[in-house]
Design a protein around this ligand. Structure first.
Ligand SMILES: [Fe+2]
Length: 189
């Protein structure tokens, strides 16, 4: 069935009634990215987001859905969400690095390369970083079990000092730009 944004939002809302909503949302995202052209058309109809904040297709206290476009070479700082997340790549690649962290830094524990058609579910305490290793833009849909744009209590790790800071979306965007000038082996240490 062709992707329908309103139906997708309603299905995600209905999933919140289930004991493990992220598992239901994982299947919804899997189905959505199975037809990447329809998904792309639905997103493009909204106009291209300029900031992470603009990328929110839907936001409520309990659910948010983002159209995430990552520019070539982008690397994000390590950060948490404090809510479950489902990431589905519909065109490109989004390698995820996973960490344990405290106030003084993060330590990388594992990684998972997400490519077109792949979906990952992140727990509410997960600390991750994403990047785009390709020489073109990558596209993913991100669904969160809360309002990812305005969630108190989140953390990010400063790529210059490695210390934990309170999450700030604009500062995170700046850090992502800074990370282009930091050698890859120094990104998270
Ligand atoms: Fe994230």
């Amino acid at each position: 069935m062709k992707f329908n944004m309103q139906k997708f939002i309603e299905d995600c809302q209905a999933a919140l009634e289930q004991p493990e909503p992220e598992k239901v949302v994982k299947q919804l995202v899997q189905d959505a990215i199975a037809d990447p052209e329809a998904l792309r058309a639905a997103f493009e109809a909204r106009g291209k987001p300029k900031t992470l904040r603009d990328a929110a297709i839907y936001r409520s206290e309990t659910l948010s859905i983002l159209d995430v476009t990552t520019p070539p070479g982008m690397v994000s700082p390590a950060h948490d969400h404090q809510m479950w997340a489902v990431i589905g790549v519909y065109d490109g690649a989004e390698p995820n690095e996973f960490f344990v962290g405290d106030d003084r830094g993060v330590e990388r524990k594992s990684g998972k390369l997400l490519e077109t058609g792949d979906v990952a579910v992140l727990g509410d305490k997960t600390i991750h970083a994403i990047s785009n290793p390709l020489d073109r833009k990558s596209y993913a849909i991100h669904v969160y079990g809360g309002d990812i744009v305005e969630r108190p209590g989140r953390s990010m790790w400063n790529p210059h000092t490695q210390v934990r800071e309170n999450y700030n979306m604009e500062q995170l965007t700046q850090y992502s730009k800074d990370m282009r000038d930091i050698p890859a082996d120094k990104h998270w240490q």
